[in-house]
Design a protein around this ligand. Structure first.
Ligand code: G3H
Length: 530
């Protein structure tokens, strides 16, 4: 199929190619004169389809990767650096300085989000605004954590002043589907708790970091945040091989997480904070409210074209309502509008990975060979940068679309008669993030909820799966996650409890009192942070 061509409104046009020539290391934006990699958008500006060159980035290598590592290590200085020993209030001031500058870059970043990853305007704006709120919420949560710790406990004749301290040097790698938001949900709590960071932007959604480089540079002490560009393996592997990374913070694929962990020579030194794949199912019971279920399943399977770790990636439909569900759901899918991210009322947008349509075709072909059919009229229609979502039925375990995380617009429907069938599949699955459960009979729902909460980490009753609100725990079992990322939990994930203990006697108590009165220790303090 040809492109749905429509002229691009002036405000969203890319007027100049963004030549990113600097990278941030040791507090300096260093100029790179070596080779660069072009950044293309799969959005076309011409009637005859062609990808659009929108910028280029440095193709850094091992030397620069290790330069960034050394900078972060020096800033941490085995926990003795300025940043890890700084007063919490002062670290917060640095982050506030950063976010105030970030807010000014909203339009620029939103526009790059649309061009680089094809996210629609409303969702791109939401990604930006949600990230700013996340930063402010994190600051508030950290203040509360600090207030809760501003005291002494006493057990068995020993006083304890317990706080959370940083872990060390963090390597932070984010995903292309939320290149701003999810990356920052790692970066911000890691920084705020006193760690130093090396951050490599995602493979797509990389230029949108450029407008923030100066703010990063002028808001934090030198070496606290280092930003490098290039291929993940080329940069992250040598960094991990040094054994000097204390935390691997990665949202992406378990293959990358495993490969990087395996490079690290000191396994017990390395902590991990991981958000990985998922294959979240919807289970649709015979008494489900069909209109509501279809609405939720449409947004669950197809918002951002299904490129969300929380997307519904398989629909289990009870055979009693199967025919009606299939008909109504397929019609609804076919009514969705495909267009460019800024087009009005657009539901589906270009896929940022140029090879994604051919991958989805492979999944469809495999399913058809094994007995499934495409049940919606427009399913599988091919565009140069998109494939219209195909609803596949009946899908079974032998098919790749059942086994693989499609991360794109194809929707497998699996019929079931006995609830034990989806439960067994979920138990056997490598993933365990969330489930959507549609139905209303509480006698049926109760035992199901009790079983499902132990197979995944969030049971969404009559609604699609999602990460938010960001104050709720976001995690998963098995190959879906390691560690928990809510505003509060992320602060915990990037820190460790550490404390000062002293026996209750006149000698120690006098010293403690003086320590508190002089206020010279940034750790030992009972001041309330307001
Ligand atoms: O890609 C996974 C994201 O965490 C999904 O977040 O549910 O807010 O889209 P979301």
């Amino acid at each position: 199929m040809k492109l749905n061509y429509s002229p691009i409104p002036s405000v969203y046009q890319i007027k100049e190619i963004l030549h990113q020539r600097t990278y941030l290391v040791n507090g300096k934006l260093k100029i790179w004169n070596g080779s660069t990699t072009n950044v293309y958008s799969t959005i076309s500006t011409t009637k005859e389809y062609d990808r659009t060159l929108i910028g280029n980035i440095p193709d850094l290598g091992k030397e620069e990767a290790l330069e960034a590592l050394n900078s972060a290590s020096a800033a941490y200085d085995n926990g003795q650096g300025l940043w890890p020993t700084m007063k919490v209030a002062d670290r917060i001031m640095c982050l506030e300085k950063f976010v105030q500058q970030m807010i000014l870059k909203r339009d620029e970043i939103v526009k790059l989000l649309m061009w680089e990853i094809g996210k629609n305007l409303a969702d791109s704006q939401k990604e930006f605004d949600r990230t700013v709120s996340y930063i402010y919420d994190t600051i508030e949560a950290y203040k509360q954590m600090d207030r809760d710790a501003a005291k002494f406990e006493k057990q068995s004749g020993i006083y304890a002043h317990i706080r959370r301290g940083p872990l060390g040097v963090v390597l932070c790698l984010g995903p292309y589907n939320y290149p701003l938001n999810e990356t920052f949900t790692l970066l911000i709590p890691a920084l705020l708790t006193g760690n130093t960071v090396i951050f490599k932007p995602a493979k797509l959604g990389v230029l949108l970091i450029s407008p923030l480089l100066e703010a990063f540079q002028n808001s934090f002490p030198k070496g606290v945040i280092n930003i490098i560009y290039g291929r993940g393996r080329a940069l992250a592997t040598p960094i991990m091989e040094t054994g000097k990374i204390d935390v691997l913070a990665l949202i992406g694929h378990s293959n990358s997480a495993n490969a990087l962990q395996n490079c690290h020579p000191k396994k017990n030194r390395l902590r991990t904070v991981l958000g990985l794949e998922a294959k979240n199912p919807a289970i649709i019971l015979p008494d489900a409210d069909l209109d509501l279920t279809i609405k939720e399943c449409i947004s669950g399977t197809l918002s951002f074209n299904g490129q969300r770790c929380t997307a519904l990636k398989v629909l289990y439909v009870h055979d009693e309502i199967l025919e009606e569900f299939k008909k109504k759901f397929s019609e609804k899918v076919d009514s969705l509008i495909f267009g460019n991210p800024w087009d009005e009322n657009v539901d589906l947008t270009p896929l940022p990975e140029k090879d994604k349509p051919s991958y989805i075709i492979e999944l469809i072909k495999d399913a058809i060979e094994k007995g499934a059919t495409i049940i919606n009229k427009k399913g599988g229609e091919l565009y140069p940068n998109f494939i219209f979502p195909a609803v596949l039925f009946p899908v079974d375990k032998s098919m790749r679309v059942f086994q693989e995380e499609q991360f794109g617009p194809v929707i497998p429907i699996v019929p079931f008669h006995d609830i034990k069938e989806p439960l067994k599949d979920m138990a056997e699955s490598s993933y365990g993030q969330q489930v959507s459960l549609f139905g209303e009979n509480t006698l049926t729902l109760s035992p199901l909820i009790d079983a499902l909460v132990n197979l995944v980490c969030r049971v969404n009753l009559n609604s699609s799966c999602q990460r938010g609100p960001d104050t709720y725990p976001f995690t998963g079992r098995k190959d879906s996650a390691f560690g928990t990322l809510s505003v509060h939990d992320a602060l915990r994930s990037f820190s460790i409890r550490t404390f000062v203990a002293s026996k209750d006697n006149g000698y120690n108590n006098a010293i403690l009192k003086e320590l508190l009165q002089t206020g010279k220790s940034n750790f030992l303090s009972t001041d309330y942070l307001l």
